[in-house]
Design a protein around this ligand. Structure first.
Ligand code: SF4
Length: 96
């Protein structure tokens, strides 16, 4: 198990960090209601990120997710997509 989960896929093309996928070095996943939101999402008129990078989940505030231990994501990879209002982590699996 890697120590930081990969951002396997991000389909949120309106994000400044998205250039055929996430190019932020690390993202932070936050919490809003029953969603796990990508807190790194930003839609600006400038290009963000690094030319070649494999993005990771640096931290995750969604402590109730089964993949979350000590506010770190231990999934192999996560999928980020538009959740209606915000960019969301679709790999979020709330524990019962
Ligand atoms: S899978 Fe769970 S722990 Fe990992 S980033 Fe998504 S919400 Fe956070």
């Amino acid at each position: 198990m890697s120590t930081m989960a990969d951002v396997g896929t991000c389909s949120v093309e309106s994000c400044s960090f998205n250039h055929d996928g996430c190019t932020a070095d690390a993202i932070t996943v936050g919490s809003a209601g029953d969603h796990a939101t990508c807190a790194t999402f930003i839609s600006l008129g400038v290009s963000g990120g690094l030319p070649t990078v494999r993005a990771h989940v640096g931290a995750c505030q969604r402590a109730d997710c089964t993949h979350n231990h000590d506010l770190m994501c231990h999934a192999d990879s996560v999928t980020i997509a538009w959740g209606g209002d915000e960019a969301d982590c679709m790999t979020y699996a709330p524990s019962m």
